[in-house]
Structures are given as structure tokens and as C-alpha cells.
Ligand binder design. Structure first.
Ligand SMILES: *[C@@H]1O[C@H](CO)[C@@H](O)[C@H](O)[C@H]1NC(C)=O
Ligand SMILES: *[C@@H]1O[C@H](CO)[C@@H](O)[C@H](O)[C@H]1NC(C)=O
Ligand SMILES: *[C@@H]1O[C@H](CO)[C@@H](O)[C@H](O)[C@H]1NC(C)=O
Ligand SMILES: *[C@@H]1O[C@H](CO)[C@@H](O)[C@H](O)[C@H]1NC(C)=O
Ligand SMILES: *[C@@H]1O[C@H](CO)[C@@H](O)[C@H](O)[C@H]1NC(C)=O
Ligand SMILES: *[C@@H]1O[C@H](CO)[C@@H](O)[C@H](O)[C@H]1NC(C)=O
Ligand SMILES: *[C@@H]1O[C@H](CO)[C@@H](O)[C@H](O)[C@H]1NC(C)=O
Ligand SMILES: *[C@@H]1O[C@H](CO)[C@@H](O)[C@H](O)[C@H]1NC(C)=O
Ligand SMILES: *[C@@H]1O[C@H](CO)[C@@H](O)[C@H](O)[C@H]1NC(C)=O
Ligand SMILES: *[C@@H]1O[C@H](CO)[C@@H](O)[C@H](O)[C@H]1NC(C)=O
Ligand SMILES: *[C@@H]1O[C@H](CO)[C@@H](O)[C@H](O)[C@H]1NC(C)=O
Length: 702
């Protein structure tokens, strides 16, 4: 999976996100970030538990959605008649519900695992959001698992019942929305299906999808009871009093929230007298937007034609009941695949960047994947077209708008996807390349994104000032994908488009006049942006070479080398570090993260001595929580560019570890509320923008 050390390191580096890992064999200090993911499988199935310290204890806080609004998910356990809350705020629950003690919290790339003590019993709650390299059907299923096991701590048997419910808050961000529900059996499964009475396809409300169906599913079997649509208080009270539910479905359909009444959808499991559970009980939560009347994403090209896109799994499943039943029955196999992937990522990350780096991977992987959706096209007759695959990435980080496939944000994370599952790289580029190949696209440079209204993914040809930045990113990513996947088809298909962008880079890179960088700089002669443009010209030579176009390969190589020589004469300070811009003072500097692209692609443009001098300098500029992007503002750090820079520092282990350690300090800073942000103060860690974002500062903002 990870072939060369530099490649693997950079790749994993560029993943960024949130959570916790106690690496027992590696880490002395438990890694305890401020928020950990629970369900994380799509931009609209994304739930966190805030674990800020000091903060409410485990039994006194509700899970929140991406936007940080509460999205109700409750868990109770009854041990010898005494009830404890293992998920959700016990103080809002009926009866004298007690707190559990949190014994342990483990994070891996795919799982958040809590060990919780409820009196004489230890509970293990595993929240698994699978990452399924190479299996497009499984990767695209918008469901997540919750598995619960119990174990006596005193050697005695105990009477144990477990309860969980979800509220309608999963259905829409608009809590006044009216919802309806039903409870169905399918195969060996049972599920509550909850949906808004009025569907608003392709609309968001409070960063939640405002259409589709939310499912909460369980396996049928002895001891399982349920209750649907009754109020949170009555449903939980019944469990508190009786340890079971009455299997009633309250048919009084109503709003997600009406004053203090929240309809909830619950299961209980009575284990009877046990010392330990023989097998975990497994629940699944999902949010499905595909239906007969709407897809998951709406793609629009420059002709204005819209295409309804479905998640890839629709190619294999025509009804949700079968999907749910298969997903639940697959838990043991899914867990074993997850353990294997987690251990591969853990050992690769530990070997490359030590335990700090392994921690960062454990908080980034699920968040990275949950921002994406793997889709297929639908034909006019409603059938699916599995040769038409596109992957979308919603720019998480801003509750009010979500750019689709923001090019500079995608660049920051692209090497990670390509390392874990190379085919995904091409699928992520495809929706951008496809609409720009049209003769309707007039700009000589690449577009910034697919609009700001995800899940509407709209091709736009508006002019903008990030032409150099985005064109270079597109060329670098296309070449990186072709190299990693050994699949040239996309490079062949879009060769002329890419060549046009390479010519644009060649004409604009050196001066950067009128060009804005992904970090919002717009001065002439920006050393870092110029370097990216020049590397892109050299990358285009690489694309030409794999297509056997020797004339173009020679021409782009010559141009890149010529530009690089001119860059060398203006970009560097006396000690060899990169100035902020040509002619700026000797004390100015840039982090120079775009050097990463040359090393990742092995374009061989940069002299080793130039890289070493830059690394030697930047390691003197590291603040407690990271290194600033450049000297224009010494507080603004971006975790992804810091990690790119750590990859650039591969030849100097101490510099590399110092860079990783600084980002790790921010990721494990759990005094500030909220998901790990993309951009924060290097000095004190304060969030600046983009919480839980895979993209970053000013990306996607026209
Ligand atoms: C925490 O949990 C992990 C894995 O679940 C386990 O390996 C470790 O021993 C536990 N640590 C403690 C202190 O219980
Ligand atoms: C929900 O239904 C109630 C009762 O029918 C109605 O008064 C209310 O306007 C509806 N709310 C919304 C958001 O449609
Ligand atoms: C508990 O179950 C009994 C019957 O088994 C029922 O009469 C009672 O209403 C239930 N309690 C609650 C709070 O639902
Ligand atoms: C169903 O829920 C509504 C709203 O909370 C409540 O008024 C009604 O009594 C419930 N019906 C039953 C049969 O419990
Ligand atoms: C497709 O669905 C069938 C029927 O449920 C199932 O057996 C099979 O494993 C699924 N294939 C994949 C790739 O998930
Ligand atoms: C399926 O998608 C491919 C790739 O976009 C396209 O070439 C083909 O025409 C599509 N097939 C149908 C039947 O629309
Ligand atoms: C997407 O487009 C539809 C119309 O096709 C519109 O109703 C919806 O509001 C748009 N979504 C967003 C997030 O702007
Ligand atoms: C850079 O800009 C200056 C001033 O506009 C111009 O004279 C020069 O030719 C430009 N150089 C390149 C390589 O475009
Ligand atoms: C390039 O040339 C090599 C060697 O002749 C050949 O194997 C390969 O298929 C060619 N590639 C393309 C894209 O034509
Ligand atoms: C640097 O950025 C921070 C965070 O955006 C801002 O508060 C501060 O004013 C900026 N400082 C300068 C000198 O521009
Ligand atoms: C690596 O960094 C150390 C300081 O951390 C420095 O002393 C050394 O010169 C650097 N080595 C190289 C090859 O740059």
C-alpha cells in the first residue's frame, strides 16, 4: 500500500482531521483530542463526541453533527436494575440515570472504541466507520456500525439490558420539519426508517441533507425489543423502569422537535444474567439519499444539462432492506477488514513518522473519507452506468457553504487517497476534468471547484485569480494519479486540456502577477506559488512522456528548467531559504510546502541542496502548535501544509519530527471545544477557520 518511504509519508501526512489513539505500544501519553468521530461515512452521516477537558463527563454530553448542533443518539445500560448512560446527557433523561466511568478510549483509522464502567460491568462500545479500499460498493455504503459488548468486572453474573435510540435530528437540520417513520423486518434484520414528510432534494439545512431516509437498524433475535416514534422521555422511561420496550410504534407523526418532545427510534437488548456477552450486539445507522425520485448528487456541466448521480452501491442494491441486512450481517468481516487496514496504516505511519504521526492518522482517515462520496451515473431510463464513476468531495469546514471538489483542498489530501486506494484519485479528478473539456469552457486556466452549493456539483466557467494555483494543482494531481495507478487513460483523454494549463503555468509561474495563492497571497513573485507552477510544467513533461509525446516532453522539460534557473536567482535569501516573494527582505520567508510536489512526483527539478537549506531554515521557525504558512503573519498555520513540509524534511529526521510534533500538539489540545481545525494559531492553537475541514483557508471562496 505504501511503496516508497517518502511517498507514504507525504501521503499520510496530507490526511488531516480529528480524534484519539492510545497507542499502547508506542505512545507514552494518551492522545486525547477535543472531539472524536462516532459515525463518519459521508458529509451527511457525520457525528462526533466532544471530549473537551475539562468538560462535561462522558455521560453528560450529546453527540453533535458536523455543524456542532446536537444530533441525538442515546445509550443506556441497566445492570441489576440500576441504569447508566453510556451515550448522551444523563441529566436530560428520565429517572435517576447514573454516569459511567470512562476507563479507556482508543482511536484507530476506522474506529472509536470506549471502555466504560457501569457498576460491576465493563461495556465496550465500538463505533466503526469502514474504509474499504478496492471495493467501490462497500466504500460507498452510507452506513456506520455501533457494536456493544459487556463483561463482568467482579466475576459474578449480572442482569444486563442495553438500550439505544436516535432522534429525528438525524433527518434534517431544520428541527421544525415534520417527519414520518415506519419499522420493518428484512431478512434477519429490523430497522426504523425515518424521513421528512416534505422532501427537499439537493438542499442542505444547517449542513445536513434535507432529503432522504435515516435508518437505525438492529439484528432480530431473542431479547430484542423496540419502540418507535414515542417521545424521548417516555421511550427511555420505559427502559429505565422495565429493561425492555413494548414494541409499539407511535403513529402520531410530528416535528423533529416540538418544545420538549423529540420522537425517538429505539432498541433494547436483554442479555439476561451474564458474565459476558457471547457476541457483540450490532446496530447500524445510515442516511440514504438515493430514491426513485432523487439521487445523491446533482452534477451539471456547462451546457446546463444536469445528471442525477447515485452512490456506487446502487449498482448492487435495488432496495434499502437488502442493503441494511447485508451490511449488518457483514459486521464480523467488516471488523476484520478494518483491523487489517488499521494495523497497516498504524505500522506504516509509525515507521515513517513515529507515534505522533500514527496518532494523526488515527484522527484523519475517517474524516478524510467522510467528506467524499463515490458515485455512478444514471441513464435516462433510471438504470445505472458503472462505467461512469465520479467521486465528490465536499469541502467540510464551513457550515454555510460547501464547495464541491475544491481544487486546492483536494490537492492537500489527494496523495493520501492515491496511497490508500489509487483508483479514487482518477474518480476525484473526473468531475472537474469532464466539464472543462467542453468548448464552452473558455478560461485558459483551471476552475476552482464545482460550485459552492454541494450536493449540487456545478461546472462553472467564471473567471478568477487562482488560475496558476489551480492549473498547477490539476496537472500535478493528474500526473500523480497516472503514476500511482499506472492508469494513463485519464491523461490521454484530457491531454489537450492539461497541455493548455501547462502552457498557462509556463507563462504565469515566474512572475505570479495578478495570481492569488491558495493561502490568499496575491503579490508578484511569490516564491512558493511560482515554484508550484514550475513543478507543474515539469509534471506536464512527465505526462507527455508516458504518452510517448517526445516533442512535448522535451519542450516542457526545457521550459521548466529555464524557469527554475530564473526562480533560483530571485527566490532565495543569502542562507538559501525561500523568501516570501522576490526582492522581499532577507528575514521574510515562506514555508515552501510546494516543494512537496517535486518530491512526491519525482520530477527531479529541485536540487537536494536547495531542499536541505529550506528545511534547515524552517525548523528554526516552528511555534508550539505548528509553523506559520509564511512570514506575512506568524500566527497562521495550516496543518496540511505543515505536514507537506514535514514530508519535504524527509532527509532530516529531527526537523521532520519537530514539524510533526507541533501539529500533534494542536491535534491533542483538548482544552478548546470542537473538531480539529485546518487553520489555527501556531502560537496558541486557537482555531482560525475550517473545523474538521479537509480543505483550508480561502479555498473555494471566489
Ligand atoms: C485500552 O484499550 C486498548 C484497545 O482497546 C487496549 O489495548 C489497552 O490495553 C487499553 N488500555 C487500558 C489502560 O485499559
Ligand atoms: C408540521 O405540521 C404541523 C401540523 O400539521 C404544521 O402546522 C407545521 O406547519 C408543519 N411544519 C412544517 C415545517 O412544515
Ligand atoms: C413495564 O411493563 C409493564 C408490563 O410488563 C407495563 O405495565 C408498564 O407500563 C411498563 N412500564 C413502562 C414505564 O412502560
Ligand atoms: C404518541 O406520541 C404523542 C406525542 O408525544 C402522544 O401525544 C401520544 O400520547 C402518543 N401515543 C401513544 C399511544 O402513546
Ligand atoms: C451485492 O449484493 C449481493 C446480494 O445482496 C451480495 O451478496 C454481494 O456481496 C454484494 N456485492 C458487493 C460487492 O458488495
Ligand atoms: C456510461 O458512461 C460512459 C462514461 O461516461 C459513457 O461513455 C457511456 O455513454 C454511458 N452509457 C450510457 C448508456 O449512457
Ligand atoms: C441545488 O439545486 C436545487 C435545484 O435543482 C435547489 O433546489 C437546491 O436548493 C440547490 N442546493 C443548494 C445547496 O443550493
Ligand atoms: C514579469 O513581469 C515584468 C513586468 O510586467 C515583465 O517585464 C516580464 O517580462 C515578466 N516576466 C515573465 C517571465 O513573464
Ligand atoms: C508508449 O510506448 C510504449 C513502448 O512502445 C508502449 O508500450 C506504450 O503503450 C505507449 N503508450 C501510449 C500511451 O501510447
Ligand atoms: C494574523 O492573523 C490573525 C488570525 O487571522 C489575525 O487575528 C491577526 O490580526 C493577523 N495579524 C496581522 C499582523 O495581520
Ligand atoms: C538537520 O537538522 C539539525 C537540527 O535539528 C541540523 O543541525 C542539521 O544540520 C540538519 N541536517 C541537514 C542535513 O540539514
Amino acid at each position: 500500500m505504501v511503496s516508497s518511504p517518502l511517498r507514504g509519508l507525504s501521503v499520510l501526512f496530507s490526511l488531516r482531521l480529528l480524534s484519539t489513539l492510545v497507542l499502547t505500544c508506542l505512545a507514552a501519553q494518551p492522545f486525547a483530542p477535543a472531539a472524536v468521530p462516532l459515525a463518519a461515512r459521508s458529509p451527511y452521516l457525520l457525528s462526533f463526541l466532544q471530549t473537551t477537558d475539562p468538560g462535561p463527563e462522558h455521560s453528560q454530553t450529546w453527540p453533535t453533527g458536523f455543524s456542532r448542533a446536537i444530533v441525538g443518539w442515546a445509550g443506556l445500560v441497566r445492570v441489576d436494575g440500576t441504569v447508566y448512560a453510556w451515550l448522551g446527557d444523563k441529566d436530560t433523561m428520565p429517572g435517576a440515570v447514573r454516569s459511567v466511568a470512562k476507563l479507556n478510549q482508543t482511536l484507530t483509522s476506522t474506529r472509536t472504541i470506549f471502555s466504560l464502567q457501569a457498576g460491576p460491568v465493563e461495556l465496550t462500545a465500538t463505533f466503526l466507520s469502514p474504509i474499504e479500499p478496492g471495493d467501490f460498493v462497500k466504500q460507498s455504503i452510507p452506513f456506520s456500525y455501533m457494536a456493544m459488548e459487556a463483561q463482568s468486572l467482579d466475576g459474578q453474573t449480572h442482569s444486563v439490558q442495553v438500550y439505544s435510540d436516535i432522534s429525528g435530528e438525524w433527518v434534517s437540520g431544520d428541527r421544525s420539519e415534520n417527519i414520518t417513520w415506519s419499522t420493518e423486518l428484512h431478512g434477519s434484520s429490523i430497522y426504523h426508517a425515518v424521513t421528512a414528510a416534505v422532501q427537499h432534494p439537493y438542499e442542505e439545512f444547517g449542513a445536513q441533507a434535507n432529503w432522504g431516509t435515516v435508518y437505525y437498524a438492529a439484528q432480530q433475535g431473542p431479547g430484542v425489543t423496540l419502540k418507535a416514534g414515542d417521545s424521548d422521555v417516555r421511550s427511555r422511561q420505559q427502559f429505565v423502569s422495565n429493561g425492555t420496550l413494548d414494541n409499539a410504534v407511535n403513529q402520531t407523526f410530528r416535528a423533529i422537535q416540538l418544545e420538549k418532545d423529540f420522537p425517538v427510534f429505539a432498541y433494547a437488548m436483554d442479555f439476561g444474567q451474564i458474565q459476558s456477552t457471547e457476541a457483540p450486539i450490532v446496530w447500524a445507522i445510515g442516511q440514504v439519499r438515493d430514491s426513485a425520485t432523487a439521487g445523491a448528487v446533482l452534477y451539471q456541466d456547462l451546457s446546463g444539462a444536469t445528471q442525477t448521480r447515485s452512490l456506487y452501491y446502487v449498482s448492487n442494491y435495488t432496495d434499502d432492506g437488502t442493503l441494511i441486512d447485508d451490511f449488518l450481517n457483514d459486521y464480523p468481516a467488516a471488523l476484520s477488514r478494518a483491523e487489517k487496514l488499521d494495523s497497516q496504516l498504524l505500522s506504516a505511519a509509525s515507521a515513517l513518522g513515529g507515534s505522533d504521526y500514527a496518532d494523526l492518522i488515527s484522527i484523519t482517515a475517517r474524516q478524510a473519507y467522510s467528506g467524499t462520496e463515490l458515485t455512478i451515473g444514471r441513464n435516462a431510463d433510471g438504470g445505472v452506468n458503472t462505467s461512469d464513476v465520479m467521486m465528490f468531495m465536499k469541502d467540510l469546514g464551513f457550515p454555510d457553504n460547501g464547495a464541491g471538489n475544491p481544487v486546492d483542498g483536494l490537492f492537500a489530501i489527494f496523495p493520501a487517497f492515491v496511497a490508500i486506494d489509487p483508483a479514487l484519485g482518477g474518480f476525484l479528478l473526473e468531475p472537474l476534468l469532464r466539464f472543462q473539456k467542453s468548448t464552452n469552457y473558455q478560461n485558459p486556466y483551471a476552475a476552482q471547484n464545482l460550485g459552492l452549493a454541494y450536493p449540487n456539483a456545478t461546472g462553472l466557467d467564471n473567471s478568477h485569480t487562482k488560475g496558476l494555483e489551480e492549473s498547477a494543482n490539476m496537472i500535478i494531481m493528474t500526473y500523480g494519479f497516472a503514476k500511482s495507478s499506472r492508469n494513463n487513460a485519464q491523461a490521454v483523454q484530457y491531454y489537450n486540456l492539461l497541455k493548455g494549463w501547462a502552457n498557462y503555468c509556463a507563462s504565469q509561474a515566474l512572475n505570479t502577477s495578478g495570481q492569488t495563492s491558495s493561502d490568499g497571497l496575491s503579490s508578484d513573485g511569490q516564491t512558493n506559488l511560482a515554484l508550484k507552477g514550475i513543478i507543474a510544467v515539469k509534471a506536464m513533461a512527465g505526462i507527455s512522456r508516458i504518452l510517448n509525446n517526445t516533442a512535448d516532453a522535451t519542450s516542457f522539460t526545457t521550459q521548466a528548467q529555464d524557469l527554475y534557473q530564473q526562480w533560483l536567482q530571485q527566490a532565495l535569501a543569502a542562507d538559501g531559504h525561500m523568501l516570501l516573494s522576490y526582492g522581499a527582505g532577507q528575514s521574510s520567508w515562506s514555508i515552501g510546502y510546494n516543494m512537496f510536489a517535486d518530491l512526491w512526483l519525482e520530477t527531479g527539478l529541485l536540487d537536494t541542496s536547495i531542499v536541505d537549506a529550506q528545511v534547515k531554515f524552517v525548523q528554526t521557525q516552528i511555534s508550539p502548535f505548528g509553523i506559520a504558512i509564511d512570514s506575512s503573519n506568524l500566527t497562521i498555520a495550516a496543518s496540511h501544509w505543515d505536514m507537506f513540509t514535514a514530508a519535504v524534511a524527509a532527509r532530516n529526521a529531527s526537523a521532520q519530527h519537530a514539524l510533526i510534533a507541533a501539529v500533534h500538539s494542536r491535534a491533542s489540545q483538548n482544552k478548546q471545544y470542537g473538531q480539529f481545525p485546518a487553520v489555527f494559531s501556531a502560537v496558541d492553537g486557537t482555531e482560525i477557520t475550517g473545523f474538521s475541514r479537509q480543505a483550508f483557508l480561502s479555498s473555494g471562496v471566489p
